[in-house]
Design a protein around this ligand. Sequence first.
Ligand code: MG
Length: 232
Amino acid sequence: MRGKALRPALVLFDIDGTLLCRAGPHHRQALVEAVRAITGLETTTDGIPLQGMLDPDIFRAMLTRAGSSQRKIEGWMPLLVKRAQWLYSRMCPEDLRDRVCPGVVNLLQTLKQRQAGRALVTGNLSRIAWKKMERAHLRRYFQFGSFAEYGKTRGELVRKAIAQAKRLGLYRNHGLVTLIGDHANDVQAARENQIRVVAVATGVMPLDELARLRPDLALADLTALDVDFLFH
Ligand SMILES: [Mg+2]
């Protein structure tokens, strides 16, 4: 890599398992309470593979299991989305700094110094995502985000993030775009958009499983990342 010119970089970050490790049950509780408030149904997220899922898809899984029809679920969805975000902003712990994954703060500081584009791409609803970032004291590092409301799949969220970066002047031709995530769904979303992907084993998937998906890099955590990789 030495000797090669630096290229402009845009780095997209997943939140859960990537920026934050075990942010607590509050997000899950906000979804359950939103369902109760809007539909009157008692549901749980038990047995639903939450990691890598978009929040509206978690609602769909919870309510399908409770016997609700697809038509009903989609009818409730706008209210569920609104209520969950409102609830989470009230339930979120005051301080999430101790949940920030290893290497994250250093990496974000370096990317900021080097003027790389920095955005969120997450299955979280927007207000939930920003609240987590605010409470983890990471909000200031991100220029924008692509959230669960913006698309039906994580791949679509990545596509929207790249389009937004172009609109904001944060993506230039020949720039490198890298997604950093902790799940097979992140690797898949990056592939669909032909961008690079760094997989970190700070979420639910162990390093050897992530490595088998053949991301561009598979790391135990972000302390192991050579930042230059994102610019070459
Ligand atoms: Mg994740």
